[in-house]
Design a protein around this ligand. Structure first.
Ligand SMILES: *Cc1c(COP(=O)(O)O)cnc(C)c1O
Length: 361
């Protein structure tokens, strides 16, 4: 419409494309395209949802106190410094809204999560893409790209879709050398899969310029519920809380997440199975001539000889009822991202890739 225009940047956004969830004419697909927990949600979370159903005529909590307490207890954090969002995507959105605008720069890495650039553009800021080194985030390159306009630096650690991560000393070096007006956002969507890694929580506590985000969508098996959270310095949390809608999380989502995080048995089992089958899958693929970087998350980035080969393999897998993720949009056209499923799914996808490689198409 002439005269009616959206804010600058919005129409430049390329729409987010999610993982496929169906194939025409194939029933019983194996979905390995969205990094979901193959064991589903915790039984305790399912019970909590059933119990709260009778109360959904009531408005939910506005301060999320019970969920924040549960998160704080389980992770050993201060509950006042936690903010909950509709997925961690919403916490990332609060950060963009509160800290970036026209003329500001938002740094993300070459193979980083697609939402970072989308969020920067949604607030009129300029996304700045920084190269990685052999599919690993490079602190020096990020620091070299910083300017007095840099407001946010988004890093996923472990990264999606590469599965690689950088160590705490490198993250510290990044945080300590950022320009004074910039915030380091550590996206910990996959931190739960790394034994002994706190996602950067201690770093948050010892710095004023670091915030960590986490999610219930991956290890906790609640992707459909849309719950995530952030942990940051109090002055940043106080800012984000002002732009958060008071009823952003439903009572159903709040209860499910609280039960899920307290169900440590389900969490442990999911993590252990993932570690075990991730190693098995990577090795099986390697035996078929398909290499991958050592993954620290719940997926493997399988590398093929060319974009054509990756595309042909994806097509073959779909014909076998297996959905994986093409990552051309992440500048990895010759790779396929494969979620680590349960044992049967891992065996099936490895078997089919073996058939493909053997030329049995
Ligand atoms: C899945 C994912 C998220 C989580 O998104 P939610 O909004 O919490 O579902 C965040 N960052 C990365 C890198 C992811 O892969």
């Amino acid at each position: 419409m002439a005269g009616i225009e959206p804010q600058p940047g919005i129409m430049d956004i390329a729409l987010y494309v999610g993982g496929k969830s169906s194939v025409d004419g194939v029933s019983n697909v194996i979905k390995l395209s969205s990094n979901e927990n193959p064991f589903g949600p915790s039984p305790a979370a399912q019970d909590a949802v059933r119990r709260v159903v009778h109360e959904i005529h009531r408005y939910p909590s506005t301060d999320h106190a019970e969920l924040r307490t549960a998160i704080a207890e389980v992770h050993g954090l201060q509950s006042s410094r936690i903010i909950c969002g509709v997925g961690s995507d919403e916490v990332l959105q609060f950060l963009a809204q509160a800290y970036a605008g026209p003329g500001d720069e938002v740094i993300h890495t070459e193979h980083g999560f697609a939402m970072y650039a989308i969020l920067a553009q949604s607030v009129g800021a300029t996304p700045v893409e920084v190269a990685e080194r052999e599919r690993v985030v490079c602190v020096d390159t990020i620091l070299a790209a910083c300017s007095d306009r840099t407001k946010l630096v988004f890093i996923a650690n472990p990264n999606n879709p590469t599965g690689t991560m950088i160590g705490l000393a490198e993250i510290e070096r990044l945080a300590d050398n950022l320009p004074p007006q910039a915030i380091l956002v550590l996206d910990g969507a996959y931190a739960d899969y790394v034994e002994g890694y706190d996602g950067g929580a201690r770093l948050v506590e010892s710095r004023q310029n670091v915030i960590m985000t986490r999610t219930f969508s991956k290890l906790y098996g609640l992707g459909g519920m849309r719950v995530g959270w952030g942990y940051g310095p109090q002055y940043i949390i106080d800012v984000l809380t002002r732009i958060r809608q008071p009823f952003n999380l439903s009572s159903v989502a709040l209860k499910a997440a609280e039960a899920a995080i307290r169900d440590t048995a389900h969490v442990e089992k999911s993590r252990e199975e993932n570690t075990r089958w991730r190693a098995w899958l990577a090795e099986a693929l390697a035996e078929h001539g398909v290499p991958s970087d050592a993954s620290t998350a719940n997926f493997v980035l399988a590398r093929f000889g060319s974009p054509d080969e990756a595309g042909a393999c994806d097509t073959f897998l779909q014909s076998q009822g297996i959905l994986v993720r093409r990552v051309t949009g992440y500048k990895l056209p010759a790779a396929l991202r494969i979620t680590v499923g349960d044992e049967a799914s891992c065996r099936r996808v490895a078997h089919c890739i073996g058939l493909f490689k053997a030329g049995a198409r």
